[in-house]
Ligand binder design. Structure first.
Ligand code: GCO
Ligand code: MG
Length: 404
C-alpha cells in the first residue's frame, strides 16, 4: 500500500552545530522528516533511532501516527527520558509531515486550523555588562521585537549563562569536553534587579521583558528573586530552580506574582503535571522535539489549557529548523498559546534546512507548503559532519558542581 513505511534513516550533521534528523520514506515516495537533536548527547538519540526504532518502523502504515506513538512509548517498556522521547518526537513529527503532505495541506490544518494570524516570538538580547545589555535590548526593539529576553554578564563573575560570543548566533556547546563556568548566586541576585530597573526605564511599559535563571536558585532564593523583580513587570521569569522537584514551586508561587515559565528540559506530561494542576506556573515550555512530538505536546497543552497555563515552547538554536517549523504550525493552532522562543539559525543552517517559515517584525509565520514546510538538503548536510561537543558545567567559587 502506498502509505507503507519503506525506509528510514538518521542524518547527523553539523552546519555550525550538531543536528540529528530522522528521514522516513513511504511506498508512494512521500518523505517526512523530524528533528531528534539533543544538545551534547546527539549520538545517543541517533543510535536509539537506528538500532532500536527504525527496524520497528519498516512495513508499518505511516498514517497510524497514534498507534506508532503508543507502540514506541508503551512498547519500549522503559518509558520516558530525553533520549527516548526525542526519538519518539522525531518519528511523530516525520509522520505528521507525511500525513499533511499526503493530504496536500499545511500541518496546522490537520491540527484543527489556525487560531491566530501570527505567532508572537521573543528574541535574545545579551551583553557583557549592564550597559551593553541595555543597548542590545534596544537593538532588538529596533528590529521590531515586542518581547525580548535579557541576559547579562554579572559583575565579579567571569562567566554567566546566556551570553553570546558577540554576534546574533548563540551557541553554548563550545568544546569537545565541557567548559567549566563560574557561578555565584549572591552576586547574580544583587545584580539582576538593577538590570531590570534600568531596562524598564529605557524600553517603557509596553515591551515584554523576559529572563532565564537557568535552574540555579534554591526555592527560597527563587521566591526572593521573583519578588524583587515585581516592580519591573516581567513577562516571565524562567527556570528558577531545577524542576524535577515540581513541589518546590509551591513555596515560590506563594511569595511572588512574577509570571513563571518552566519546562524546556521536560519530556512528558508527568514532568509537569503538578506544576500545571496546582497552577504553580504560567507558561509551559515543553517543545516538539524533546516532549514526544506533536502528538504528546498536544496532550500537555490541553492539560495546561484547563488551568489557564499557556504555552511558551523552547526554541533555542540547538533545536533544528525542523523543530521550529513543526512548532510554528503547533503554535498557530494551539488555543492556549502564549509565546514562542526564537533564536535565529545561522545562514549555513538555513541552507541545509530549507524552510518556508518567516520572521516579520516580532512575529513568525508558518508557511502554506503541505507538511511542516521544512526539508533537508542531504548533499549539503554531508559536507558538515558531526563534531563532538558538550554543554558547559557550572561550579561555585569553592569548586562545588552546580546546575549549569
Ligand atoms: C533557553 C535555554 C537554552 C538552553 C539550551 C541548552 O531558554 O533557550 O535555556 O539556551 O541552555 O537549549 O542546549
Ligand atoms: Mg531556558
Amino acid at each position: 500500500r502506498e502509505r507503507t513505511i519503506t525506509g528510514a534513516r538518521v542524518v547527523v550533521c553539523s552546519p555550525g552545530r550538531n543536528f540529528v534528523t530522522l528521514v522516513i520514506e513511504t511506498q508512494a515516495g512521500v518523505v517526512g522528516i523530524g528533528d531528534a537533536t539533543l544538545n551534547g548527547r546527539e549520538l545517543s538519540v541517533a543510535s536509539y533511532l537506528t538500532d532500536h526504532v527504525i527496524p520497528n518502523l519498516i512495513g508499518r502504515d505511516a498514517s497510524r501516527i497514534e498507534d506508532v506513538w503508543q507502540f514506541l512509548y508503551r512498547g519500549a517498556y522503559w518509558r520516558r527520558g530525553p533520549v527516548t522521547m526525542s526519538a519518539i518526537a522525531a518519528v511523530d513529527t516525520a509522520l505528521w509531515d507525511i500525513k499533511a503532505k499526503m493530504a496536500g495541506m499545511p500541518l496546522y490544518q490537520l491540527l484543527g486550523g489556525k487560531s491566530r494570524e501570527r505567532v508572537l516570538v521573543y528574541g535574545h538580547a545579551n551583553g557583557k555588562d549592564l550597559e551593553h545589555t541595555v543597548d542590545e535590548v534596544l537593538r532588538y526593539k529596533e528590529m521590531g521585537y515586542e518581547a525580548i529576553r535579557a541576559q547579562s554578564g554579572v559583575p565579579g563573575l567571569a562567566t554567566a549563562y546566556g551570553i553570546g560570543k558577540g554576534d546574533m548566533y548563540y551557541e553554548p556547546a563550545g568544546e569537545e569536553l565541557p567548559e567549566v563556568q563560574e557561578w555565584d548566586t549572591r552576586a547574580y541576585m544583587t545584580f539582576v534587579p538593577k538590570l531590570f530597573e534600568r531596562l524598564r526605564e529605557k524600553v517603557g511599559p509596553e515591551t515584554k521583558l523576559l529572563h532565564d535563571a537557568h535552574h540555579r536558585m534554591t526555592p527560597q532564593e527563587a521566591a526572593r528573586l521573583g519578588k524583587s523583580l515585581e516592580p519591573y513587570d516581567l513577562f516571565w521569569l524562567e527556570d528558577l530552580t531545577p524542576a524535577e522537584n515540581q513541589e518546590a514551586f509551591r513555596l515560590i508561587r506563594q511569595h511572588t506574582t512574577t509570571p513563571l515559565a518552566v519546562g524546556e528540559v521536560f519530556n512528558t506530561i508527568h514532568d509537569c503535571r503538578t506544576l500545571i494542576e496546582e497552577q504553580l506556573i504560567d507558561y509551559i515550555r515543553a517543545t516538539v522535539v524533546h516532549a514526544g512530538g506533536i502528538t504528546h505536546l498536544r496532550r500537555i497543552a490541553d492539560l495546561a489549557g484547563l488551568y489557564q497555563v499557556r504555552t511558551g515552547s523552547h526554541g533555542a538554536t540547538d533545536l533544528s529548523p525542523v523543530c521550529m517549523g513543526a512548532a510554528l504550525h503547533f503554535d498557530s493552532w494551539v488555543p492556549n498559546f502564549g509565546i514562542q522562543e526564537y533564536m535565529m539559525h545561522t545562514e549555513l543552517t538555513d541552507e541545509v534546512f530549507p524552510h518556508d517559515y518567516r520572521f516579520e517584525r516580532g512575529f513568525m509565520h508558518c508557511g502554506e507548503t503541505p507538511g511542516h514546510g521544512v526539508t533537508l538538503d542531504e548533499k549539503l548536510a554531508a559536507k558538515h559532519p558531526y563534531k563532538p561537543r558538550q554543554l558547559p558545567v557550572a561550579r561555585l567559587r569553592d569548586g562545588t558542581l552546580w546546575n549549569w
